[in-house]
Design a protein around this ligand. Structure first.
Ligand code: G3H
Ligand code: 13P
Ligand code: ZN
Length: 322
């Protein structure tokens, strides 16, 4: 059942984080739903602009509607990931999305405020919530590359002003993560201080607590990278992501939505490379596709455990009166 993102935030805020998983095709969607049912977790499906173009935006809608029928107990929201203004309006008007992300973080502050405000007005008129971004993550977002030197953490004072002036429902804050497989070399920790300061300053300003969204949350497991390379891949083995043990402490401070895409791509790559390495005579795509669905479901259930959303489906259902 599709619910609003706001409803999920309400139940999770300060207690656990909701996994926001990008999807592009049917196999990934089946694995996602199965993993969330196996772990009894609510979740957010994210659709990027690239995903909408990969087959067709209507194809993804149809896949999600079908998955919802196949898994009638699933409780989830549908979200546009890293939208521009035009794509946000398209999603708001479609009647299918629970929330949109307007990403104007690459624009100057005042422009980011103006664009976000326009999207918030259009979205709220239809009961849709809006995630906006302030600060700059490193890595690649859609077609924009940000090198580590230009990435900057969100300024907590600016965050409070931004939320106040835009009325956005959730804030994608730069707290030290970046998109993609090549996040960090060696050990790295989240900037918990930035999350704490944003929430404390909101409180001091008499504003309601605002869920923080953590982009670039994949952990880039080293064993996954090594297995891919052992099956013919050439990924940099020193690549590191977010420590999964930091998801829950971050959630307790206000990180309510955790975006994960890259780790799922690594699962796909490992499964398919190993399958065709071990069965070089094979050319039917369904056998590896089946393995992928199973492995993706396991991966999702594991992430939900680390996020604290596993086992929370009954609580969410009761809170929503569904
Ligand atoms: O942050 C970006 C997400 O991982 C989506 O990636 O734009 O390649 O679909 P994509
Ligand atoms: P990762 O690249 O770390 O999976 O981040 C995904 C993301 O932030 C999608 O918006
Ligand atoms: Zn992102």
């Amino acid at each position: 059942m599709i619910v609003t993102t706001a409803e999920l935030y309400k139940v999770a805020y300060g207690k656990f984080a909701i996994g926001a998983y990008n999807i592009n095709n049917a196999e990934q969607t089946m694995g996602l739903f199965r993993g969330c049912i196996d772990s009894q977790a609510p979740f957010i499906i994210q659709i990027s602009k690239g995903a909408r173009k990969y087959t067709d935006k209507r194809m993804l809608e149809a896949i999600i509607r079908s998955a919802s029928e196949i898994f009638p107990d699933a409780i989830f929201a549908v979200h546009l990931d890293h939208g521009d203004e035009a794509t946000c309006y398209d999603c708001i008007d479609s009647g299918f999305y629970s929330s949109v992300m307007i990403d104007a973080s690459h624009d100057p502050f005042e422009e980011n405020v103006a664009i976000t405000k326009r999207v918030v007005e259009r979205a709220h008129a239809k009961g849709i919530s809006v995630e906006a971004e302030l600060g700059m993550l490193g890595g690649v977002e859609e077609d924009i590359a940000v090198d580590e030197g230009n990435a900057c953490l969100t300024n907590p004072d600016e965050a409070v002003e931004f939320i106040k002036r835009t009325g956005c429902d959730a804030l994608a804050a730069a707290i030290g993560t970046s998109h993609g497989a090549y996040k960090f070399k060696g050990q790295q920790s989240l900037h918990f201080d930035v999350i704490e300061q944003i929430e404390a300053k909101l409180k001091a300003a008499g504003m309601p607590p605002t869920p923080i969204v953590m982009h670039g949350s994949s952990s880039v497991p080293q064993d996954e990278v090594l297995r891919i390379n052992a099956a013919g891949g050439q990924l940099d083995p020193s690549a590191r992501g977010v420590n999964e043990e930091e998801y829950l402490p971050a959630a307790k401070l206000g990180v309510t939505k955790v975006n994960i895409d890259t780790d799922g791509r690594l699962v796909w790559t490992r499964v398919h490379r190993e399958f065709f390495r071990d069965k070089p005579q094979e050319f039917d795509f369904r056998p590896p596709g089946k393995v992928f669905q199973d492995e993706y479901a396991k991966f999702i259930a594991h992430k939900n455990e680390k996020l604290g959303s596993a086992g929370k489906l009954a609580e969410v259902r009761a809170a929503l009166g569904k």
